[in-house]
Design a protein around this ligand. Structure first.
Ligand SMILES: [Ca+2]
Ligand SMILES: [Ca+2]
Length: 125
């Protein structure tokens, strides 16, 4: 949710309100200060609804879906209508063990070749 691409992925009408990982640490300047992403990513993109964030009910969390145009609201977790959240995860693939073994064998081969090369250089002196 950290950028326009993520917001576009979610679409404009979620049909429910959800938490999307924006939070405002205690002690932040109200209503707009200190907002951060739980992922630690930079707070570089915002899409607040007009007049939001307003901290009208001591609101430290970013709520999505209250407004039909995809714009954000700050809210608190006492709201009974926000019972869902969205989790974003990386899709980086993990190499299979067989691939790792081949890489390891290749590196070991290169190291052995270098060792042989050094020895033959010393012997040549
Ligand atoms: Ca607030
Ligand atoms: Ca609000």
């Amino acid at each position: 949710m950290c950028g326009a691409t993520s917001a576009g992925f979610l679409g404009d009408d979620w049909g429910n309100t959800v938490w999307v990982g924006g939070r405002q640490p205690a002690g932040s300047t109200e209503p707009a200060g200190g907002w951060t992403w739980v992922t630690g990513e930079a707070w570089a993109y915002t899409n607040w609804y007009a007049g939001e964030p307003n901290n009208v009910e001591d609101e430290p969390y970013l709520q999505y879906g209250r407004f039909t145009d995809g714009r954000w609201n700050d809210a608190n977790n006492a709201r009974e209508d926000t019972t869902s959240y969205i989790v974003e995860s990386d899709t980086t693939s993990v190499p299979e063990p067989a691939t790792l073994s081949l890489v390891g064998i290749g590196l070991a081969g290169i190291a052995a070749a270098r060792r042989l090369n050094k020895k033959s250089t010393v012997r040549g002196r």
